[in-house]
Ligand binder design. Structure first.
Ligand code: GLA
Length: 741
């Protein structure tokens, strides 16, 4: 999959569907040639390099009025040369100079792909699944080795990139900025697509036309954030969900990030992604190394849906890992929205017993079970049971839940502490705080300094003890505030720029230790809902709580946006009570079930408070999910109709063998006397006959009709009541089961 033209020094990564090409310039820097649909492996491509004499330009060599980094498309641009665009790399030496010019030395190619020590990364199970090329560059002034790594996957249209730095010099150098990837595309005729929002409104899709200059999304909060996701797509104006060019860039990282586009004066488009250089500086001592997080670049000629399917396949099967990766996920019930902090052990048994009766498999005890935790001002850091609420401790409760025939799961917030906790009283110096300055709180809590090994050890020990003693099958790992006044007392002044990154390395380390100690533990990540919902977390936790907003209508946009990058199997989605806790909206229980079952399904309400009719519906939803959860997790997912653009949200999951599909159509507001509607489907076999079954309709049709003419949406909106129940018809959702006959 990697072709090298030794004479021209052109490197061509090609998996038969996509190509990625770069070359060594005369000056020794790397230049970018092409990224897109596969090109002929035999071809010669150096003529793609465009050079021209341009006035007011800074040239590399005297006498040459054509060659300037300013014009050349680059592969890993460095600060301080004649390239005046934003650099991927800035290194500062002890002499204060911030210029660095690593030059090409050699390359190595191997089958497979390396793991990144201490960092999450995609992997292979068999060496034939990917090929990797490492390009070794050398800065003679700093004796700095820069190793650019590229892996192309055989079965996914993606290239994984990361960069490693080794200081072979006698002096320390400072990495001020080191992107994980940078690419200069030859034209800027794109729109950028980003996933942005806020708490309870995460990952909404925003599209903007690129203009000359810079546009970016980023985080400086210490977590990838509710505000912006470490992801960026580029699409042509004419690209749709199903056709046209789309590029996707995703960072496998959970801390501060930058994802940036820059359109220059010649309409060249630079895309870069990596650790946010703002607030970052890494001191690289002699004979030490530093590795950037991994960035994934996807190319699709089949629209945004095509791009998403590549991400889904890669992230579901070669980023998520371990015991739960391919297993059917348990249907869970979580007590948070039903009880908040107010419960005692016996209430929980009644709560869980009803769930068991309905077919739920896992009971998750949320916040409030530990220390003196009756509200959010106390207890974080004391990871032992509050025996006033739970007289038999977590062990006793877990046993009772197991005796009901269910698994038991528990909430933790390992990275945080309240001042009112025994842990803080014994270790007041363990929090992130700047000396002589006040320390801001978030939700009355403070952030533990996970850049320090002894802090991570202290939390690990508490968690290890509990997880070893009690039968705990699942943990919900929460993180409810961002970092402020970032400073660690454990590090000297010239290493304070490392703390944000070291913090997230500490988080990864704690995850890794727990996974090694308890390999069959299912971890769901959470950060006030989706504040750290990123590819980095997926490596440790195969599912994540998408949002604290559990309203089915709000969830349409949140889950639709999330699906741009992240697989359905990783989206924690629950049916909650009515009226909804966050927005007060009343939605039919069918709608809540339909929306939540496109995800890692569960309930977040007290089933004892439902009517017997509702319980019957719940039982049916659970039976449906059990029957279909493998298809939902592993099927090809298609976004069919956008809630950002229409009054509808529609999506489909089609089995890889195309024998079955589930289509979910939700009409947000009721319409009166609306048009007839059809919904063309995807991923079926044209010549296959299918049976279509929904709450309201049942018919047979061939795949070609369903994909061309479309599924007929019954929409009796001409002022009649749909199911005879009367009342409001807003928020109506219908599931269609399409089964090959
Ligand atoms: C966060 C989570 C919620 C819940 C609460 C408990 O907000 O996102 O799901 O666990 O914390 O305090």
């Amino acid at each position: 999959m990697i072709i090298v033209n030794e004479q021209e020094k052109v490197f061509h990564l090609n998996n038969g569907r996509i190509s990625y090409l770069f070359y060594v310039m005369e000056s020794g820097q790397l230049g970018h040639l092409y990224f897109g649909r596969a090109l002929n492996p035999e071809g010669s491509y150096l003529h793609m390099v465009e050079k021209a004499h341009r006035p007011m330009t800074t040239y590399i060599t005297e006498g040459d009025l054509y060659t300037s980094y300013e014009h050349l498309r680059q592969e890993y641009p460095c600060y301080g040369t004649s390239d005046y665009r934003y650099p991927a790399l800035e290194i500062q030496g002890g002499d204060g100079s911030r210029i660095c010019k690593p030059e090409y030395q050699r390359y190595e190619i191997f089958h497979g792909k390396k793991l990144l020590s201490g960092l999450p990364a995609t992997y292979v199970e068999d060496e034939s699944e990917a090929s990797t090329i490492e390009i070794f560059m050398w800065d003679p002034v700093r004796s700095l080795e820069v190793i650019l790594s590229y892996s192309i996957f055989r079965d996914v249209d993606a290239v994984a990139r990361s960069v490693r730095f080794v200081n072979h010099g006698k002096e320390s150098v400072f990495i001020n900025s080191a992107m994980s990837m940078s690419v200069d595309l030859p034209d800027a005729g794109f729109q950028s697509v980003q996933l942005s929002g806020s708490w309870a409104r995460e990952r909404h899709i925003h599209v903007r036309d690129l203009q000359p200059g810079i546009s970016a999304v980023s985080s400086m909060r210490g977590n990838s954030s509710h505000q912006h996701n470490p992801f960026l797509a580029l699409k042509r104006k004419s690209t749709t969900e199903l056709s046209g060019e789309a590029y996707g860039f995703s960072l496998v990282y959970s801390g501060n990030f930058l994802a940036q586009t820059e359109v220059d004066n010649y309409q060249v488009l630079r895309v870069m992604m990596g650790i946010n250089p703002f607030g970052f500086q890494w001191k690289l001592d002699p004979e030490t190394d530093f590795t950037t997080p991994e960035a994934i670049m996807v190319y699709s000629g089949d629209g945004l849906n095509g791009m998403s399917r590549q991400f889904h396949r890669l992230y579901r099967s070669r980023l998520a890992r371990g015991y739960w990766r391919d297993r059917e996920r348990p249907i869970l019930i979580n007590n948070w929205e039903a009880t908040q902090f107010n419960y005692v052990g016996d209430d929980l048994i009644l709560f869980a017993a009803k769930a068991k009766e309905c077919g739920i498999e896992l009971f998750v005890l949320d916040d409030g079970w530990f220390g003196a935790r009756d509200d959010d001002r106390h207890g974080l850091g004391d990871w032992h049971a509050n025996t006033q609420k739970l007289p038999n401790g977590i062990e006793g409760l877990a046993e009772k839940i197991e005796a009901l025939g269910m698994k038991f799961g528990l909430w933790f917030e390992p990275e945080m502490v309240n001042r009112d906790s025994d842990f803080f009283r014994s270790h007041p110096d363990y929090i992130i705080a700047t000396p002589n300055r006040s320390t801001s709180h978030g939700r009355n809590q403070f952030v533990l300094d996970f850049s320090r090994r002894e802090v991570v050890d202290a939390i690990y020990e508490q968690m290890y003890e509990l997880l070893s003693k009690a039968k705990i099958s699942y943990i919900k790992w929460d993180m409810n505030r961002s970092i402020s006044e970032c400073y660690s007392e454990a590090y000297p002044a010239d290493q304070q720029g490392e703390i944000f990154h070291r913090y997230i390395l500490g988080v990864y380390d704690l995850h890794e230790r727990l996974i090694q100690a308890f390999p069959s533990l299912l971890i769901e990540s959470c950060s006030s809902g989706g504040g750290r919902f990123d590819a980095g977390m997926l490596y440790y936790a195969p599912q994540g709580w998408v949002s604290d907003n559990s309203d089915a209508v709000e969830r349409l946009k949140i889950q639709y946006g999330t699906s741009l990058v992240y697989p359905i199997s990783c989206m924690g989605a629950h049916v909650s009570a009515c009226p909804n806790e966050q927005v007060g909206r009343r939605t039919p229980i069918e709608t809540r079930g339909n929306v939540a079952c496109t995800g890692a399904f569960g309930y977040e309400l007290d089933l004892n408070r439902l009517s017997s009719e509702e319980i019957e519906i719940v039982k049916k939803q659970i039976a449906f999910y059990k029957e279909n959860r493998r298809l939902i997790a592993e099927g090809n997912f298609y976004r069919l109709c956008s809630p950002f653009e229409t009054n509808f949200a529609a999506w489909e999951t089609a089995a890889p063998d195309r024998q079955r599909a589930i289509v979910t159509v939700t009409r947000i507001l009721s319409e009166i006397n609306g048009p007839y509607r059809r919904l063309p489907l995807c991923g079926l076999l044209a010549e296959q006959k299918y049976h279509i079954e929904s709450r309201f309709l049942s018919y047979d049709a061939y795949g070609d009709e369903l994909m061309q003419y479309g599924l007929m949406l019954e929409d009796k909106s001409s002022g009649q009541v749909i199911d005879g129940s009367g009342g409001c018809q807003d928020f109506l959702s219908v599931l269609y089961e399409i089964t090959a006959i």
